[in-house]
Design a protein around this ligand. Structure first.
Ligand SMILES: Cc1ncc(COP(=O)(O)O)c(C=O)c1O
Length: 391
């Protein structure tokens, strides 16, 4: 189906931060498959883990215990607030399952009227109908029939806007600690803390969508750690699979225990191949020093980008995001910047609010970072000349 506006680049091989085309050109990948390739392409440890598992067992279904699921769930729980985990295959599924768990929790307490999830303007939770309804972006809902009930959106990150939306039907609050698709907008830490306090006071659940900002992307294992608050439920995907389709719902035991046999499921969710890769990602990302290096590289990149933003006010207006989840809000059209960077063999990803995302692999090498900055300089010089020529 013609669902994507694709660029006519055909990559056939990747190594580290580099992608190679059919035609023999190489590109520096600062898109990472939209925040997926945590360790770049063809990381030897991920390749070895996948190969080893591929020779043993691919799939058995959730009719049976899968040892890798127990191992990865234990790893995720040990490193987070979570006590129970459900594995699925994508971010949308994780978000959808999170919504179901949040509603089921209240139903199990005899409060089945509590179904409404409060989301936020600019959010993105995926393309299933409930995930679309939670984000409330009418452009994505148009033409797909009735929108599922039980979702409202708060227009901004303030208590003044949020509190009037809460009523007896409210089940909880759903938020990305750093909005990705919406324009790399970090939610103020104080607001996340206020949400936690509000949820505790009113018996609501707090659900974080860390599908894009989780698994080390912001320099902490999970972005909410920067705010010092924990959710009741969290959706992750993208980075936890490093390129292998994998998602998960992480919950407290109080929430997860409501999902009894029959209440949810997935044929492929948590299959042995995905578990082997997810476990290896966690081993690498949680190894001592790994996230320190992410923060060092992020600090360097941000400092360097700030200088370019000052130099080219006709191209950039603002540096956004946290860690290696970088957003460049543009003064020119964001697609123009993406194209200029691509012409200099640097891949980036457009986002909402006229923003461009830079999402390098978390293990990006210093030389590759410098190569990216050189490409940015060349693209900016070219774009500057074009823009000046336009006026
Ligand atoms: C925050 C967030 N949630 C959910 C999703 C949906 O993930 P997927 O495309 O894997 O279904 C995305 C994808 O971009 C995302 O950024």
């Amino acid at each position: 189906m013609p669902t994507y506006r694709r660029t006519d680049l055909r990559f056939v091989r990747g190594d580290g931060a580099w992608l190679h085309t059919e035609a023999g050109e190489q590109y520096l990948d600062f898109g990472s498959g939209i925040a997926v390739n945590t360790l770049g392409h063809a990381h030897p440890r991920l390749v070895a883990a996948l190969k080893e598992q591929a020779e043993k067992l691919w799939h058995v279904s959730n009719l049976y215990d899968i040892p890798g699921q127990e191992a990865l769930a234990r790893r995720l729980c040990a490193a987070s607030f979570a006590e129970l985990v459900f594995f699925c295959n994508s971010g949308s599924e994780a978000a959808e399952g999170m919504i179901k768990a949040m509603r089921k929790f209240h139903a199990a307490q005899g409060q089945s009227e509590r179904v409404t999830l409060i989301g936020f303007a600019g959010a993105f939770h995926g393309r299933t109908l409930a995930a679309l309804a939670a984000a409330g972006n009418q452009d994505y809902l148009a033409g797909f029939g009735p929108t599922p009930d039980g979702f409202v959106q708060c227009p901004d990150f303030t208590m003044a806007a949020l509190e009037p939306l809460i009523d007896d039907t409210t089940a909880g609050i759903l938020i990305e600690p750093v909005q990705g698709e919406g324009g790399v907008r970090a939610v103020p830490s104080g607001f996340l803390a206020a949400l936690r306090a509000l949820c505790d006071a009113k018996g609501l659940l707090l659900g974080f969508d860390e599908v894009q900002c989780g698994v080390g992307r912001t320099g902490k294992l999970f972005a909410h750690e920067w705010a010092g608050v924990t959710p009741d439920v969290m959706a992750i995907a993208k980075g936890i699979g490093g390129g292998f389709p994998l998602g998960a719902i992480l919950t407290t035991s109080a929430v997860g225990a409501c999902m009894q046999p029959g209440s949810h499921g997935s044929t492929y969710g948590g299959n042995p191949l995905a578990m082997a890769v997810g476990l290896e990602i966690m081993e690498v990302v949680c190894a001592p020093g790994f996230l320190d290096d992410v923060n060092d590289m992020a600090g360097y990149l941000r400092q360097q980008l700030s200088a370019r933003i000052d130099k080219y006010p006709e191209i950039f207006t603002e540096l956004r995001g946290v860690g290696l989840m970088v957003g460049l809000k543009c003064a020119c059209e964001n697609t123009r910047l993406v194209a200029a960077l691509r012409a200099e063999k640097l891949l980036s990803v457009p986002a909402g609010d006229n923003t461009v995302r830079l999402l390098p692999p978390l293990n990006i090498a210093q030389d590759d970072m410098r190569a990216a900055l050189d490409a940015i300089d060349r693209a900016c010089a070219r774009l500057h000349a074009d823009i000046v020529g336009d006026t």
